[in-house]
Design a binder for this molecule. Structure first.
Ligand SMILES: NC(=O)c1ccc[n+]([C@@H]2O[C@H](COP(=O)([O-])OP(=O)(O)OC[C@H]3O[C@@H](n4cnc5c(N)ncnc54)[C@H](O)[C@@H]3O)[C@@H](O)[C@H]2O)c1
Length: 320
C-alpha cells in the first residue's frame, strides 16, 4: 500500500515508517521537524518538510501521487508544556489537524489511522475499555480528544481507526530510529539520564494510593505498536469501518518497579529522590486490549519489561 504519514520524523511515526518499508509498502512522510529529527526518516521514504496545515503544499503532494491511507501521528506531546501553553496545543493538535483531515478528504483520501492517547480516559482505578467515560485532564489530552470527536463527526464520509496508545517505549531492533534523546521527556529517558549524566532521578509523587505509592503505567513496545498499525490499515482497506482501539498489554508497572528492573538491566544503581506530584498526573493507566486483539488478531511479541528497557537503553547509548 501507499501510505502518507504525518509526524514521520518523530519517535513513533518513524518506527512505523521503517516497519512498513520493511514489509514492502511505500511511505511518504510530511513533518515540520518541530520536535522530530531528520535522522529518524528512512532513506527509502519520500520526505516533505511541511506543516500539516499547509494546504497549498499538501495539494501539490496529493496531485503527484495517490495514497491508499493516511497515518496521522503529527502532534505536540508534552503534557506539562501543554498546561503552560494550552493554546499552542489546541491549535497544533486540533485546529491544524482538522485542516489537514479536511484537505485529505477533499483530495479523495478518506482512510485514516489516528494516534490518540490513553490520557483521554483521565484517572480510572481499573483497566480501561473503549466505552469508559472520558475525562482528559490536560490541554494535551483534551486536544487529542477534540480530534477524535471531529473524526467521529465525519464517520459517514471516512473509514477510520483511532488507536489509543498507552505508554510507548523501546526502539527499532536495528536502532535506525527512536525517541528524542536530547529533548524528550519520559520516565525511561530520565532513568537513562540518571545513569549516564549522573542526574538524580525524581519520582513525581510517592504517596499515591497504589501498591508502592508511585504511579502505574501500561508500557507497549514501539515495534508491537507498529504491527498494530499495519493490521489496522489492512482492516480498513478491506472494509468500511470506524473503530476505537486501546493499544497496551493489559497490565502495568509502577515507577518503583521500573526503577528496580532498570537497575538490573543497566547494571547500575540509579540515585533517586521522591519529589512532588505533577499537576494533572494520572495515577493508574492500564488498558483492556480485548477489542484490539479480537478485531485485528494481534499477538504481542515484545511484551517483556527487560527487553523493553534494554531496547530503550541501547537507543539512548547510541545517540547520547
Ligand atoms: N509517545 C507516547 O508514549 C505516546 C502515547 C500516546 C499517544 N501518542 C501519540 O503518538 C503520536 C506520535 O508521538 P511521538 O511520541 O512519536 O511524538 P514525537 O514528538 O516524537 O513526534 C511527533 C512528530 O510530529 C511532528 N509535528 C508536530 N506538529 C506538526 C505539524 N503541525 N506539522 C507537521 N509535523 C508536525 C514533529 O516534528 C514530530 O516529528 C502523537 O500524536 C501522540 O499524541 C504518543
Amino acid at each position: 500500500m501507499n501510505v502518507l504519514i504525518t509526524g514521520g520524523a518523530g519517535y513513533i511515526g518513524s518506527s512505523v515508517s521503517h516497519y512498513l518499508l520493511d514489509k514492502g509498502h511505500q511511505v511518504t512522510i510530511i513533518d515540520n521537524l518541530s520536535t522530530g529529527s531528520i535522522k529518524n526518516i528512512p532513506k527509502k521514504a519520500t520526505f516533505h518538510k511541511i506543516d500539516i496545515s499547509n494546504r497549498k503544499k499538501l495539494n501539490k503532494i496529493f496531485n503527484k501521487k495517490k495514497y491508499d491511507i493516511v497515518f496521522h501521528f503529527a502532534a505536540l506531546i508534552n503534557n506539562e508544556e501543554s498546561i503552560e501553553y494550552p493554546k499552542k496545543y489546541f491549535e497544533n493538535n486540533f485546529i491544524k489537524a482538522k485542516i489537514f483531515i479536511e484537505n485529505c478528504i477533499k483530495n479523495k483520501v478518506n482512510k485514516f489511522i489516528y494516534s490518540s492517547t490513553a490520557a483521554v480516559y483521565g484517572n480510572k482505578n481499573k483497566q480501561v475499555n473503549e466505552r469508559d467515560d472520558l475525562k482528559p485532564m490536560s490541554p494535551y489530552s483534551k486536544s487529542k480528544l477534540k480530534l477524535e470527536n471531529f473524526l467521529i463527526k465525519k464517520k459517514k464520509d471516512i473509514r477510520c481507526i483511532i488507536l489509543r496508545y498507552f505508554n510507548v517505549a523501546g526502539s527499532d531492533k536495528k536502532l535506525r530510529c527512536g525517541f528524542n534523546v536530547k529533548k524528550g521527556h519520559n520516565l525511561i529517558l530520565n532513568l537513562c539520564n540518571a545513569v549516564f549524566k549522573k542526574k538524580i532521578f525524581i519520582i513525581n509523587g510517592g504517596d499515591y494510593n497504589t501498591k508502592d505509592g508511585t504511579t502505574i503505567r501500561d508500557y507497549i513496545h514501539v515495534e508491537d505498536l507498529a504491527k498494530i498499525h499495519l493490521l489496522s490499515a489492512n482492516l480498513i482497506l478491506k472494509k468500511k469501518m470506524f473503530k476505537i482501539l486501546n493499544c497496551g498489554y493489559g497490565y502495568g508497572f509502577s515507577v518503583k518497579e521500573i526503577l528496580k528492573k532498570f537497575n538490573l538491566i543497566s547494571k547500575n544503581k540509579v540515585n533517586y529522590k521522591i519529589g512532588k506530584r505533577r499537576k494533572s498526573d494520572i495515577v493508574i493507566s492500564i488498558s483492556n486490549p480485548k477489542k484490539l486483539i479480537k478485531l485485528t488478531n494481534w499477538k504481542p511479541k515484545y511484551n517483556d519489561l527487560s527487553y523493553l528497557l534494554k531496547s530503550s537503553l541501547d537507543w539512548y547509548k547510541k545517540n547520547i
